[in-house]
Design a binder for this molecule. Sequence first.
Ligand SMILES: Cc1cc2nc3c(=O)[nH]c(=O)nc-3n(C[C@H](O)[C@H](O)[C@H](O)COP(=O)(O)O)c2cc1C
Length: 442
Amino acid sequence: MSRSRCMRFAVFVQGTGNHIAGWRLPGASDNGESLAVMQNIAATAERGLFDLLFVSDGLATKVKGDHPSFVARLEPTTLLAALAVTTRHLGLGGTMSTTYSDPFTTARAFASLDHLSQGRAAWNAVTSSAAAAAANFSRAGHPEHDHRYEIAEEFVDVVKGLWDCWEDDALPRNRETGLFVDPAKVRTLDHVGRYFQVKGPLNMSRCPSGHPVIIQAGASAAGQNFAARTADVVFTVVQDLVEARRHYAGFKALLPRFGRQPEHCHLLPGVMPFIAESDAAAKALLDQLQGFLDAENALALVSARIGHDLSGYPLDGPVPELPPTDMSHAFAQTLMSAARRDNMTLRDLYNLVAAARGHWVIYGSPTRIADIMEEWFLTGAADGFVVLPPWFPGQFDAFVDQVIPILQQRGLYRTAYEGTTLRENLGLPRPGSHRGVGAAAQ
Ligand SMILES: Cc1cc2nc3c(=O)[nH]c(=O)nc-3n(C[C@H](O)[C@H](O)[C@H](O)COP(=O)(O)O)c2cc1C
């Protein structure tokens, strides 16, 4: 694998830290709804030349036992619009559900963010695995897993179609002739599908990126096909290098089937790094946070991740063999496979899940963290990483100020942003506007 590739980084923002107990440390941020906290994280990400700041979302809150940043959270596109004002290069990625949103609203929200940030918007298109959302959206029930992906496929096509209704030069704004908009360069979409009927055009001109960057994170067969067809960036759940390489190779091989080049979709595993001056000191930080966990909360978290209620099982017994459910396959598959591989008890599994919600945890000196990332990057397991700092600002500062310089010295990471839009920085082509989507708009 070539050394000239640039590692990609996204930061997974949780105002209370990504570790469920991160906020309890002295000096750690304890607020996921504070603009000042978010602006500080964004400034650090930009100092570290990160590609992307990422805001997750969920559409129902569970007050007892959940991660504190999920209990009380800001709506992602609103937050990102505010962050567009105080950043200049950083990509701004937010989550919006294809099961509980509307394509027209979604197309508008991310195109607006792209205009406001001059080409830095990214949409994490999720199908929403938590069934509790249905009760908040006047729905009788939550669609089952593959049905959600079927809706998502059409949803994304409509959103992209709406972004394509306008050609790049459709707004001449000619003061002399009085021609503000050139109607020949704006087309309707006229979409009539199984789930959506959308006439268009979008009530907004073509955005600087052409299309905002699309992020996806599904690992099921349906999820991977959806991502291979539509996504520019894919977040993955990993626990093991060999499995990650297999997944990476399998996913990249899917892309040509959809007429795409493998380097036009970046695979970024999620990782929570604990960083200190020595490996032992970093492990002590992890142990300190794990000491805050209590079994009741942890079992609720494990149950949510693997989709089965585990409250009746003994904590020190083996992890039971359970079939996949209708929820997220990404986490269930990875966690069950790690449990089998390492012969885990339920307590081991809950320690793992509670730390990083099922994501991969590493600890060590800055050099050790850089070594691990280099190995994954150069041996076909990752194009970069979604970094989940266990708490802010301390552990994110440590990553940016101590790990990033090592990666730069090794020639693995940029020393300046290459472009102005997120697409340019990610090395992704800008989609051209397609003439003749529908009829000329009136
Ligand atoms: C790094 C990462 C971030 C994610 N963020 C969200 C999110 O913000 N909201 C959400 O509903 N799902 C989120 N997911 C879940 C996935 O989008 C996906 O819906 C889930 O894994 C189910 O798909 P699957 O069964 O195909 O794996 C995330 C997954 C990963 C790996």
